[in-house]
Write a protein that binds this ligand. Structure first.
Ligand SMILES: NC(=O)c1ccc[n+]([C@@H]2O[C@H](COP(=O)([O-])OP(=O)(O)OC[C@H]3O[C@@H](n4cnc5c(N)ncnc54)[C@H](O)[C@@H]3O)[C@@H](O)[C@H]2O)c1
Length: 238
């Protein structure tokens, strides 16, 4: 029987102070993992590393600290992200770069740093947060956001190909509309209309995203790599 237990495993979660990030941290801890969290907002949990993930030095510093303290990283969850809803004509070059730095470049740099330690141990799992918008383009969200998430899907495939001969798997999840601060801005009317357009008739919960990520990181998903799993209540079936 394959398990989703993580006793003795070391997990790093970015964006850990956010709605989905908090649920991911709790889900791994509930399975016995030692969880390191990072976010630009300070957190109160143990092993919380505060910092701006868009600082190109930060990902390597963060991984160095964890490997020094815990001697390994078994699971990386690239979850940090921002989602400006700026209309296409109003997106400046600076805003475009900031979104790509946080949503994409940080995921690349952290994955690169973790990959080295995972390859050395011949084991590891990387899970990145893509988005429905990364498949269908930005409708309610910005062009920079959807482009960054599309790139995360492709980065995942490259990580999967690179890691496979070394026992390292890489997968992504593409949430649709999940109840967090990121989606709270819409009016009640807009939220109701949106919920009605979803086959399952509701938004998803952070816990539903976290449980899928735990599965993808676990031995139960040992033959799954390079995929992007939809978590969208049926909003997109491709
Ligand atoms: N909520 C949704 O409906 C939805 C849908 C699809 C994908 N996602 C993705 O899921 C992930 C988590 O989203 P969420 O809904 O929990 O959002 P959230 O805003 O609640 O959490 C995002 C976290 O990222 C952190 N963060 C932002 N900029 C950072 C930086 N420069 N350095 C370090 N940390 C930074 C924030 O402080 C925050 O805690 C994101 O990548 C998001 O794009 C969310």
């Amino acid at each position: 029987m394959y398990t989703t237990e993580f006793h003795g495993a070391v997990v790093l979660v970015t964006g850990a102070a956010g709605g989905i990030g908090q649920a991911i941290g709790r889900a791994f801890e509930a399975r016995g993992a030692t969880v390191y969290r990072t976010d630009i907002r300070p957190g109160t949990e143990p092993r919380f590393i505060t910092g701006d993930i868009a600082d190109p030095q930060f990902p390597h510093r963060c991984v160095e600290q964890i490997v020094h303290e815990a001697s390994r990283i078994d699971v990386l969850v690239n979850n940090a992200g921002i989602c400006p809803r700026t209309a296409l004509p109003d997106i400046t070059a600076e805003e475009w770069k900031r979104v790509l730095d946080i949503n994409l470049t940080s995921a690349f740099l952290l994955s690169q740093a973790c990959m080295a330690t995972m390859v050395a141990r011949k084991s590891g799992a990387i899970i990145s947060l893509a988005s429905l918008a990364g498949k269908v383009g930005g409708i309610a969200v910005g062009a920079h956001y959807s482009a960054s998430k599309a790139a995360v899907i492709c980065l995942t495939k490259t990580l999967a190909r690179y890691g496979a001969p070394h026992g390292v798997r890489a997968n992504a999840v593409a949430p649709g509309v999940i109840q967090t601060e990121m989606t709270a801005a819409a009016t009640p009317e807009a939220r109701e209309a949106l919920a009605k357009s979803i086959p399952l008739g509701r938004f998803g919960t952070p816990e539903e995203v976290a449980e899928t990520i735990v599965f993808l990181a676990s031995k139960a998903a040992g033959y799954i790599t390079g995929v992007t799993l939809d978590i969208n209540g049926g909003l997109l079936m491709d």
